[in-house]
Design a binder for this molecule. Sequence first.
Ligand code: DX5
Ligand code: ZN
Length: 244
Amino acid sequence: MLGFKRGAARRQTCPIACGGGANRVYYHPMKTQILPSLLAADFGRLAEEILRAEASGADALHLDIMDPTFVPNISFGPDVVSLAKRTAPGFYRNVHLMMNRPDLYLDAFAKAGAQTIQVHVEADCDLHSVLRRIREMDLRNAIVLNPETPVEVLAPYLGEIDEALVMTVHPGHGGQKFMAECLPKVAWLRERRPELDVMVDGGVNGETATLAAKAGANQFVAGSYLFAQKDMAAAVADMRRRLA
Ligand code: DX5
Ligand code: ZN
């Protein structure tokens, strides 16, 4: 299984003809990926924190965008996505839109440098057209599911997504406890789309990532666990060892 490559390899033709566009050619499904969530970074040193995450050997940066009518918090917007692009151009940017109207902001986040755009199934928009629009912009799309939402609602979208994100906490804040009861949703997705990238987000550390991997997840967002480490690279390496 090929992993995604950074830098110069980025715009080469895909060696396994995945059908992806210019931004997707190097991002092959089902690789184990670890994504530090910038929400847990020291906001007074954002550029350094982005570089620290990149240097840790993690696969991509997870950027949490919050609309306070969708979650009980506000984080940051497209400017931080473009900061990430400027600071670490080769570090893949996975953008999680916790927003009621992601349709109104797709262009802004694409312009800022998002490479995957994740939208919630609970959002108040025409999801089919949002998912299509993201692909038309040559980005990867993903659909996100809150803990209280039954996974079956994803059935009509399964043929239209590059990735699914199963929330393992209630979105809005970092540092919450992992909800293992969400893992059957991961297994449901894995069974129906064996090659799909399935991500978990919330309360992820070395131990809970292993539980999620057993259920079928292959992408792991970790915020407070990774950014709290003095040696993030060692923590990423330890997670990889456990997930291997
Ligand atoms: C929660 C966000 C998560 C958050 C995870 O609303 O979507 O990405 O940063 O943080 P931890 O890993 O601390 O639970
Ligand atoms: Zn997130």
